[in-house]
Design a protein. Sequence first.
Length: 494
Amino acid sequence: MKKKIVIIGGGIGGLSAGIYALRSGYDAVIYEKNPVAGGECIGWNRKGCHIDNCIHWLTGTNMNTSLWKIWNTLGAIDENTPYAETEKFYTTRLGEKEVTLWKDLDRTEKELIAAAPEDETEIRKLIGYVRYAEACTVPVDKPMDMMSIGDYIKLGKSMENMPKVMKEYGKIDLNQLAERFHSPVLKKMIVDYMPAEYTAYSFLVSYATMTSGNGNIPVGGSLAMTERIIGRFREMGGELHTNASVKKIIVENGTAGGVELENGERITADIVISAVDTSLMYGKFLGRSYTPKDWADAYEHHADYPVISGFQLAFVTDDTFSGSDTIFFGCDPIKIGNRSFDRIYVKNYGYDKSFAPEGKTVIQTNISQTDVDYLYWKSLSKEEYKAKKQELIAAVTERVIKEFPELDGKLEFLDCWTPLTYERYCGAYHGGYMAFVTKPSIKKLKCKGTVKGVKNLYIAGQWIMSPGGLPVAAASGKFAIQRILRKEKRPIDI
Ligand SMILES: Cc1cc2nc3c(=O)[nH]c(=O)nc-3n(C[C@H](O)[C@H](O)[C@H](O)COP(=O)(O)OP(=O)(O)OC[C@H]3O[C@@H](n4cnc5c(N)ncnc54)[C@H](O)[C@@H]3O)c2cc1C
C-alpha cells in the first residue's frame, strides 16, 4: 500500500510537495485553510478587474536552468508560455530627474551615465557586476545539506563570477551602496526597490535575473499560474481540501501521525509536511519548545531579522495612462504609526490585457512596510483600522494625482490591503512577503527541513532558505520529498 503524505498549506511550497510526492509514488493530500489554494501567489477580482498580487518577476523562465525544470514539472510554465512584454525593472523619479533600470543593460548604462556623469566609474562597475550576477542561479537540484563536494564544485563552476560579486557587494547593504554614488537620483534608485538594510548583492542578483532573461511574468499572472499548478496536482491524483484549516500536528511518542483540523476532525498520515509559515508551524501546530534557538532569537529580535510587507492599493484607470511598469516617486509625507513615508510606487499592469476591460488598466501603489508598521496596524481596534485605511486611501490617491495630474478624476478605487491581510489570509509572520531580509551583518538562518524531536515531519515553504520567494517555495516541496526518499534509502534524483 502507498504511504500517505499529508501536507499542511496549499501555497506554492505545499503544492510542489504534493506534486513531487505523487511523482515519487506516495498518496498526497493537501489541507488548505482558504477557499482557494495558492497562498501568497494569488490574485483576485474587483469591479470587473483582476488584481494580480504576486509575480513581479518569476525566476526560472530560462529553459536551461534547473529551476525551469521544477516550474515545468509543477505545470507552471512550459516551452510555449507567453510572457509579458515589459522593458523595465523600475524607474526612479526625484524632482525633475528620472532614471530607469532597463532589461537592456547597455541602455541602462548609457542612461545612468547621461544622468550622472560624475558617477561614471561607479556606474560602469555596477553594470559590470550585474553582468557577472547574471550567472547566479538558485541551487535547486537538492537541499544544500545533501550536496556532495562534487555538487558544490559543479555549482561553483556554473557561477564562477559570483564570488567576485559577493566580495564586492556581499558585505555592504543598499544604504552603503547608495553612498558610493554622488547623484541624488542614483542614490534613491539604489534604495527604492528593496529595504535599504538588504545586502547589496540581493539587488544585483534580482536585477540580473531580469537582464539575463531568467525572470519574466507569465501572461495571466499569479493566479493563472497557481491554477495551472493546482490542475497538475489534481490530474496526477492529488487530493486538495480547501476551507480546511489545520489546528495542530498530532505528535505521539515523538512521531508525527497526522493532523487535527479546526473542526475537530483527525486525519492520520504516514508522513506530515508542514508547508505553512514556519512561525505558525512552531507556534501553533507544535508549540514553541520545538523552535530552534536561533529561530526563536530571530523572532524575538525583529530589528535584526526584519521582514518586508506593504500597504497596497489598486485602482482602475484609462489605458492611456502614461506611466509604464513601476515608477517610484517622492511625495508629501504620509504617516503610518510613528513612521513617515515620502516615497511610493505606482505599477501599471497594462502589460496584461486580461486584467482589465478594454480601454482600462489596473494600477497598484505600494508603501513598503516592515515589522514596526505591522505592530502599529496590529495595535489598532477594528474601527481604528478601518478609519486608518480610509485616511490612507485618500492620502495616497491625492499623492498619485499630484504626481500624475492626467489621472485626476480618472482613478477608480478597487481595493486596499495591509500587512494584517497577509497575516489573516496566509498566516504570514508579521505580514511578510518573503523570509527574513538578508542583512550583511546578520547570520543567515539555516533550516534542515525537519523538526528536532519529531519523526516523520518535514518542512516545506519559502522559509527553508533565504531570502524566500517563489523559487525557494517551489524547490522546498521537492526538497521535502528528497529528504523522505533519502530516509527510505531510495534514489533522490526526482
Ligand atoms: C505582494 C507580493 C509580491 C511578491 N512578488 C514576488 C515576486 O515577484 N517573485 C517571487 O519570487 N516571489 C514574490 N513574492 C513571494 C511569494 O509570493 C512567496 O514567496 C510564495 O508565494 C510563498 O509560498 P509558500 O508556499 O512558501 O507560502 P504561502 O504562500 O504563505 O502558503 C502557505 C499556505 O498555507 C496556508 N495555511 C496557513 N495556515 C493554515 C492552516 N492553519 N491550515 C491549512 N492551511 C494553512 C495559507 O493559507 C497558504 O495558502 C511576493 C509576495 C507578495 C505578497
